[in-house]
Design a protein around this ligand. Structure first.
Ligand code: PLP
Length: 728
């Protein structure tokens, strides 16, 4: 086994540069850099979930030296290294061009970061959003760093047993095999910090993860200094019981602030992504009180530095802790700060004097932030209604929660083929044009890419997806010892391909399309105009209803009339997602409105020419313009869930039958679906330059990070939806 990428001073400079490339996740959004590592060892690359560090570790210095003497390979390596080093160098960025001057970095706290499949420290959309936020902050040149937890056992890997039931596996991550670097003291030795949980002191170490120009710091309690049960505190994403939960949130929030101080970092902005990190305000209040400020003065200062993003449109989804639990867990901390239990509870209660009310992290975050936002316009309305009682006497539309609609990091989600396609037609700098709607206008004209070329791209991406799925199914079956199915006949590149992939939370209603088989089967197996369905997604380990939804889909994959036309791909992660969003003709999204705060997976299909078919919820409520995809129903809602499911199902089948399938198979003499491609072009032109994370981060920077005064509420009412309309 080789020694890379841990290099020494006498390592060949080229190898040192290669090691630096492997240990910065910049390669995760640069396919030409990934190609280097895949070329070095396709097998290790696959086996390690595309881990560049692992590939270099497996290669000896002798092998690397020899391979670099191949002029073609050397040319590729040099090109990627130059590009990488130029990126890290002092080139002009969006932030420098917009004179974004902040007094310190923006520090972004998140319980999950979805940066790459080789680092499974995310469970779903919230994590992927944090990862995309970090990548765009890097691309835009914003002084930024992230704080999260190092989940040694990560989020689980999913297998489906012969009964169609989800099984969870937790492989242990070894930091040496990941692009992680232990944060050490200048005098040597690792940097240790600690927090108080109940009467215990819990220590943590910190891993640095380089993401382009930015760093993400991951806190880790797996240390011999800790009691056995605290060693595993950060082992799993949202793992364990409520004690683990509050412990992890103390590490993230309070520990995060202590980490910053121990590194002498004084942020301009503390951005809480969801309420998990909100305990950070207690640590900041404590610091100010120690400096001699009164609690009122401390609050004003702390509030002026914090911003908060809420993601959860249902009250039950917000973290809550009982009074007893808070009392016990914070006893030592509170005494050190000189705060009574009741006064501490008041920060997290809507009604501060109501003793029965638990402590809600969102309430703490809302109270102690200078600005707060939801993640789509519709979610903004829902959030203002949900939290109105926190602001007595203020009308709903003035409740100080604005909105910044989520976006995705388009270069990171674009498949290698999509990169190649657009590099050739738009030039390599299309990835820097995501803030320029005008630039994307040319996609609607024929000159840039012909209908024929776009249709060839669609076929090629659909073919890639099908081959990926056949290979996956073959591996699944080898593992379970089942046999009998001919994988070469599963799915067809000639059929309309509809994909549904996301966490199997029940509100997302994965099996909705199978509500009435006599309606859906004839449609799928129509010999003239067939359609096929691809599903993927994990249910939370404790969510039996979600697991039943998976079982229902598995049952459909085995239905005699649907075999080979409906598939479920195991172990949904960022890699599976990347294949699905590239190959999908139609991305199906049918949540129970208004529970999808934003949703982001549908944004990942745009650059590949996929089209969205979605309930008018989250981002689609504002993205859909009538012709850039399709809506399932409109804004209507029913109080009765059964009735709503029935209505949404009917609307879904109707739009598929009457519009989607027909348009897909409406071909001209040369076999090209002209109207379909017109819709793709329109979708690309209208949606790519809006629903991306460069736009999102730029909006945070200008509307939320830059301002130092209280600016809460100024963005509240940006569209003219009547506030109550969607809850009826
Ligand atoms: C994009 C993504 C999500 C989020 O999908 P939603 O449509 O927002 O639910 C979840 N998991 C993975 C792996 C993703 O890539």
């Amino acid at each position: 086994m080789g020694t890379f990428p841990r290099t020494t001073n006498d390592t060949d400079p080229l190898l040192q540069r290669l090691a630096a490339l492997a240990s910065n996740l910049w390669w995760a959004w640069n396919p030409e850099a990934q190609e280097i590592f895949r070329d070095l060892s396709p097998q290790v690359w696959e086996r390690s979930h595309h881990n560049a560090v692992e590939v270099l570790r497996e290669a000896s210095e002798a092998e690397l030296r020899a391979r670099l003497r191949d002029p073609d390979f050397l040319r590729k390596v040099k090109r990627a290294l130059n590009e990488f080093e130029d990126y890290l160098g002092n080139r002009a960025t969006w932030a420098s061009r917009h004179s974004l001057r902040l007094k310190g970095p923006v520090v972004y706290f998140s319980a999950e970061f979805g940066l790459h499949e080789s680092l499974p420290i995310y469970s779903g959309g919230l994590g992927v959003l944090s990862g995309d936020h970090a990548k765009s902050a890097s691309d835009l040149g914003i002084p930024f760093l992230g704080i999260g937890l190092f989940y040694r056992q990560g989020y689980f890997q999913q297998h489906i047993d012969p009964n169609g039931w989800q099984q969870e596996l937790y492989p242990v991550q070894e930091p040496e095999r990941l692009p992680l670097e232990l944060v050490t003291l200048p005098e040597g030795g690792r940097l240790l910090n600690s927090v108080e949980i109940g009467h215990s002191t819990v220590f943590f170490q910190t891993w640095r993860l380089k993401v382009g120009r930015t760093n993400v710091y991951l806190l880790d309690t797996n240390l011999p200094e800790n009691d056995q049960h605290f060693q595993g505190l950060t082992a799993n994403v949202y793992g364990g019981n409520i004690d683990t939960r509050i412990g992890q949130e103390i590490i993230l929030g309070i520990g995060g602030v202590r980490l910053l101080r121990s590194m002498k970092i004084y942020p301009a902005v503390y951005h809480m992504n969801e309420g998990h990190s909100a305990f950070l305000v207690f640590e900041m209040l404590k610091e100010k009180i120690a400096e001699g400020k009164t609690i009122e003065e401390a609050e004003v200062i702390v509030r002026s530095q914090c911003v908060f993003t809420t993601h959860t449109p249902v009250p039950a989804g917000h973290d809550r802790f009982s009074s007893e639990m808070m009392d016990h867990t914070f006893s030592r901390f509170r005494n050190a700060m000189g705060l009574s239990h009741d006064n501490m509870m008041a920060y997290g209660r809507i009604n501060g004097t109501e003793a029965a009310e638990p402590f809600t992290m969102t309430v703490l975050a809302l109270r102690m932030s200078r600005a707060a936002n939801a993640v789509s316009k519709l979610h903004g309305h829902v959030s203002r209604e949900m939290w109105q009682h926190l602001y007595p006497g203020i009308p709903i539309e003035k409740v100080p929660i604005g909105s910044v609609t989520n976006g995705v990091h388009t270069p990171g989600w674009a498949s290698a083929k999509a990169h190649e396609f657009w590099n050739k037609r738009l030039g390599y700098d299309w990835t820097n044009k995501l803030l320029e709607p005008k630039y994307w206008k040319k996609i609607e004209q024929n000159g840039l890419a012909s209908d024929e070329e776009l249709w060839a791209l669609r076929y090629s991406l659909r073919r890639d997806l099908i081959e990926f799925i056949r290979q996956r199914l073959r591996e699944q079956y080898v593992r379970t010892g089942e046999s009998g199915t001919s994988f070469d006949r599963v799915l067809s590149p000639d059929r309309l391909t509809i994909c549904f992939a996301r966490r199997f939370a029940t509100y997302k209603r994965a099996p909705l399309i199978f509500r009435k088989l006599d309606r859906i089967i004839p449609m799928l197996i129509n010999p003239e105009r067939p359609a096929q369905l691809v599903f993927a997604g994990k249910a939370h380990p404790r969510d039996n209803e979600g697991k039943k939804f998976i079982q229902k889909i598995i049952e459909m994959t085995r239905h005699p009339q649907l075999q080979g036309r409906v598939v479920f791909v195991e172990n949904y992660d960022m890699n599976v997602a990347r294949h699905l969003v590239a190959g999908a003709d139609v991305w199906l999204n049918n949540p129970r409105r208004p529970l999808e705060a934003s949703g982001t997976s549908g944004m990942k299909v745009l650059i590949h020419g996929g089209l969205n078919l979605s309930i008018m919820d989250g981002w689609w409520r504002e993205g859909f313009d009538g012709t850039n995809g399709w809506s399932i129903g409109s804004d209507e809602s029913q109080p009765d869930l059964e009735a709503q499911d029935e209505k949404d199902f009917e609307n879904l089948v109707t739009i598929l039958e009457s519009r989607v399938i027909g348009e897909y198979y409406d071909r001209d003499k040369t076999g090209i679906p002209r109207a379909w491609i017109r819709r793709i072009r329109h979708s690309m032109r209208t949606l790519i330059p809006v629903y991306n994370s460069d736009r999102m981060v730029a909006e945070y920077a200008t509307e939320y990070y830059r301002t130092s005064q209280q600016m809460i509420g100024t963005k509240s009412v940006i569209d003219n939806l009547a506030p109550r309309e969607y809850l009826k």
